[in-house]
Design a protein around this ligand. Sequence first.
Ligand code: PLP
Length: 479
Amino acid sequence: IVKSRFHTWVMIMGNFEQYDTALIVEDDKAHFLHPWQEFDKFNKTGALPIAQAEGPYIYDTDGNRLLDAVGGMWCTNIGLGRVEMAEAIADQARQMAYANPMVDMTNVPGSQLAKKLAQLAPGDLNHVFFSCGGSTAIDSALRLIHFYQNVRGMTAKKHIISRQEAYHGSTYAAMSISGKQADHIPEFDYMTETVHHLSCPYFYRAPEGLSEAAFTDMLIAEFQEKITELGGADKVAAFFAEPIMGSGGVIVPPENYLKRMWEVCQENDILFVADEVVTAFGRLGHWFASEAVFNVQPDIITTAKGLTSGYQPLGATIFSERIWQVISAPGNGRYFAHGFTYTGHPVACRAALKNIEIIEREGILEHVREVGPYFLQQLKTLEQLPIVGEVRGNHFMVCIENVASKGTRLLFPDDVNIGQRITDECASRGVLIRPIGHLNVLSPSLVLTVDEIDRIVATLRDGISAVMVALQAQSLWTE
Ligand code: PLP
């Protein structure tokens, strides 16, 4: 039994003999196609099988414990292994594991969760469409946007504007709206005629000599020009934006950028979609970040991940009263031909309700607001190291940008694999950090203690230092 300020974890330990790790890895290699699988590498190394978890820690099938600073995949917000969560899920599965959500049937957790999200979401975002994750929440937002614009007679409003390096998911539509260069590979196809990408608000790599204010002005002007280029406001349906871009490199936008982009949307009758799949449910210290952190009132918020803290798959598309009034206008015989077998799944919704109850009861948002600034401040000290170009982020969402030269911000060649090297060094010291190209990203559980924060920072310092020594020994880098 592990006690912390927040909770009592039950450790299901000591049964790792049951696993035959080599066999699991072989079976996995033979049959499980993983997201973003790199075939050549995977065929040699296979995947690391994770067997157990408690709080912010995970265990592989050999019983090795890692402090998971990745938070699963930006999602294990309240920490794993909570008995209370397991019981709520089991109880719902026993009582009613599934209910048909179609047309005129509902279920109790689904209906209660929709009400709760309407209360927590900013402004008049009072209506919720449930799906199975973040990508389907984005797809549902897009379909809702089409429906809304067509119903109001704005049938030429078809263009969607997004940003380079945005990540909105991996269905066909969500990946097309995403703008990560590394993900738009020639082997896949994408929607291109109606989706457009603006520059990324990435000040660290802004043109030399430009002030932050001038850079922001440039980005706003680019948005306005894009609207004109596409034939004017009557042709543009929506703008999609993560408040802080996540897997694009934790791009914290310049001061007022998001607010000004939102104002351009308002002026041009363009719907503003805040993709809060990562930033909601406490990661930035609030239920949702759009209004609380960036002073923006979106028309639609998409969310998933921290909504259930990863205990169940669930996505939500939360939208405004204005959209609802248009799509549901009485007397026209319309119906919303969109939805999934698992829309409003009772077990997933019950898990979300329990997750929200725990966040409220344990003051997890307050905890993030209390220790989040310390986390970032401590990580910022890594900028003293010669290959750390920038540490940026907000509360429990942070990125370390590694460079070969700080002065020129020059990157290491791809084959140096700098992010992966640092991740490997940290993993050998018991801390899991995510590599994304030349970056290392952190999005841990929100229940981290100050001691755990200190351990992550110290491990990164040691890990990065060890990598520098190795690079020097291999003549790949000199200070
Ligand atoms: N939107 C954002 C901002 C994300 O970070 C992700 C996933 O990382 C998604 C959407 C897609 O969510 P999912 O993987 O649950 O489909």
